[in-house]
Design a binder for this molecule. Structure first.
Ligand code: 5AD
Ligand code: SF4
Length: 441
């Protein structure tokens, strides 16, 4: 039996998909290179913005056609889109055989091994799919899901309704999983959670609540792990202990993704972000004080309902002031079941949203370009990923600051190379592995 899996959305979904693949392969399924050759057609979906929904629904059309061609094919839909529609999935798309939410990946195996002839949906929130074996896309990079769910109530966001309340995994279990990954050849691990730095507050038992910085310290001690990253933290929980952990722990990388969303306190309040402009800037100041070289990136939404030209000007000004190393920018998209999705008055016209987006991207890129110049002339450690996408004669990898580097060199994927940087744009660096370093290999 062969499966084909298409993944949409965030790194959490990519990780869930690795576990789906690991699980299917342990059931004896093999991966089909094309959807048309698969007995089991799977989608791991996202609903963060409307564009994510529509991209997926376009793919679903092909699955419908293939199912009509051969009704023995099984069509399965997992992830956040499925969770947000639940049983409605089957009403809207009757050719779907099985649908399951993000916490229910293991139930797919149950469905496939049962003799069920009727469509089934699995949508409870119940902890982790974490104990499933993962089939990693790159053997030297691993993901670690440290918590599921989210207790925030950001008014624009569908995630609390698709991934449930926050539950942290026990610290000792996470250390064990990372030790096993290290023994398996993983050198870089990325900790995943909807709100990673609130990790551990919900943990009970003899050792009581734990903290995110405590987890970083415990993972830093695991032999063989050279780099630790995490995504995404919430500014409200970015405390001094986490910043100190960056400064003190050799494996914790020089990169912090600190989602801003808006530079206007009024909009932040309407978004229910629980911090205002001044508190966000305080966090940035603390980071800059302790970690002056650390890369800072962010997420920003433009065109939230009620965002005036003045509010937007405050976002532009903050971006100018902070000087991010990069930013993901989004146009507000109303989502079903969210508070902001219901607002009908004072919505920002689409043309204004698009214009604001363009103005924002201009500032983001100009500042990122300026910031990136600090790397020129330095020799940086690069984790090699493979050949460069633009020039197969060159290699591609990432610095600890999470910058992509294209470079001339001889290092193999998974190796840490020393690369001298000779040029930088807003997005990528380029450089060369010095001849001496090459000769030493
Ligand atoms: N519209 C636009 N962007 C959104 N994000 C989350 N929900 C929405 C929405 N409804 C953005 C936020 C978040 C990132 C992952 O996606 O910036 O940090
Ligand atoms: Fe998409 Fe958010 Fe779900 Fe990730 S958690 S798949 S970004 S809706």
């Amino acid at each position: 039996m062969r499966y084909h899996l298409t993944t949409f959305g965030c790194q959490m979904n990519e990780h869930d998909s690795e576990r789906m693949k690991g699980m299917l392969e342990s059931l004896g399924y093999r991966e089909a290179p094309e959807r048309g050759q698969a007995d089991l057609i799977l989608f791991n979906t996202c609903s963060i913005r409307e564009s994510a929904d529509s991209r997926f629904v376009a793919h679903l059309g092909e699955a419908k056609r293939l199912k009509r061609e051969d009704p023995r094919r099984v069509v399965g839909v997992g992830g956040c889109w499925a969770q947000s529609l639940k049983e409605e999935v089957f009403e809207r798309f009757p050719f779907v055989d099985v649908a399951f939410g993000p916490g229910q990946v293991h139930r797919l195996a149950e469905f496939l091994t049962s003799d069920s002839l009727t469509a089934q949906g699995f949508f409870e929130f119940e902890g982790f799919t974490g104990r499933l074996p993962a089939r990693r896309a790159r053997p030297f990079q691993g993901w670690l899901q440290i918590s599921v769910g989210c207790n925030c109530r950001c008014s624009y966001c569908i995630v609390p309704s698709t991934r449930g309340r926050e539950v942290s995994r026990p610290l000792e279990e996470l250390v064990g999983e990372v030790a096993a990954m290290a023994a398996d050849g993983v050198r870089e691990v990325t900790l995943l959670g909807q709100n990673v730095n609130s990790y551990g507050r919900d943990l009970r038992g003899p050792r009581g609540p734990r903290s995110f910085s405590e987890l970083l310290r415990a993972l830093d001690r695991v032999d063989g792990i050279r780099r630790i990253r995490y995504t995404s933290p919430h500014p409200k929980d970015m405390r001094e202990d986490v910043i100190r952990a960056h400064a003190e722990l050799p494996s914790v990388c020089e990169h912090i993704h600190l989602p801003l969303q808006s530079g206007s306190s009024a909009i932040l309040k309407a978004m229910r972000r629980t911090y205002d402009r001044a508190r966000y800037l305080d966090r940035v100041a603390l980071i800059r004080e302790h970690l002056p070289d650390t890369a800072l990136t962010t997420d920003i939404i433009v065109g939230f309902p009620g965002e005036s030209e003045g509010d937007f000007a405050q976002t532009l000004e903050l971006v100018e002031q902070v000087g991010y190393d990069g930013a993901f920018t989004f146009i507000f998209s109303p989502r079903r079941g969210t508070e902001a999705g219901q607002i009908t008055e004072r919505t920002v016209p689409h043309s204004v949203k698009v214009q604001r987006m363009e103005r924002l991207v201009e500032v983001v890129q100009r500042r990122a370009h300026e910031r990136a110049q600090r790397f020129v002339g330095r020799t940086l450690e690069v984790l090699v990923e493979g050949p460069s996408r633009t020039d197969p004669e060159r290699l591609r990898g990432r610095t600890r600051h999470n910058k992509v580097v294209n470079f001339a060199g001889v290092a193999a994927p998974g190796e840490l190379a020393q690369v001298r940087i000779d040029a930088a744009t807003s997005q990528t660096l380029s450089g060369e592995e010095p001849l001496l370093a090459r000769a030493a290999r």
